[in-house]
Every structure is written in structure tokens, then in C-alpha cells.
Design a protein. Structure first.
Length: 104
């Protein structure tokens, strides 16, 4: 089996799972600048996967990356939820499919 070069952010236990299956991998712990970039890349990857196959598993992956982004930036989920609820009450949600076509 050939070596694959796939630098991407993976869940914390993935290296252990790979080793338990008798395979080898090299990994490193990303420092903050790389970690930020990898988190954004991971969210894009998970969003793309969700767009291709919208299901609970893909939504859960996006949620986990989202929680990591919040933690990384020192934000609390409850604060985000409260702010989202306030914006929804003030401006509405995105449930009715309203598309703004022009603005004068």
C-alpha cells in the first residue's frame, strides 16, 4: 500500500483508530495559525459533504467543527444561541426562502 499525503484536520482519536487497524500514520498537533486554517477547511469539507448527502451524520460533523471553532475563538455556544434567537426575533430566520433580487 502506497503512502498517501493528505494533510487535513481529523477527529482527535483518528490516529489511534488507524493504528488499532494495523496501519501507520504520521500526524502533528497544529499550532494556532495552522489550526485556524484547518478548521475553516474542515468546515468547508463538511459543508460540501452535507450538500452532497444531507443526513444526520454529516450534520453532526459540521456541528463538531462548529463547536471547535467556537472554543478556538473563546465563544460560548449559549451566547451564540442567545444572539441567534435575538436576531431571529428581530429580523427573522431563513425558513421562508426569501431572496432579495434588487435594492434601490
Amino acid at each position: 500500500m502506497g503512502q498517501k499525503f493528505i494533510p487535513k484536520l481529523v477527529r482527535d482519536k483518528i490516529p489511534q483508530i488507524i493504528q488499532e487497524k494495523g496501519r501507520n500514520c504520521k500526524w502533528h498537533r497544529a499550532e494556532i495559525p495552522e489550526y485556524n486554517l484547518r478548521l475553516y477547511d474542515k468546515m468547508c469539507e463538511e459543508l460540501t459533504e452535507f450538500m452532497e448527502y444531507p443526513c444526520v451524520e454529516e450534520a453532526a460533523d459540521m456541528y463538531e467543527v462548529f463547536l471547535s471553532l467556537l472554543t478556538n475563538w473563546g465563544l460560548e455556544l449559549n451566547d451564540v444561541i442567545s444572539h441567534a434567537e435575538k436576531k431571529k426575533a428581530d429580523r427573522g430566520g431563513f425558513y421562508e426562502g426569501i431572496v432579495l433580487d434588487t435594492l434601490d
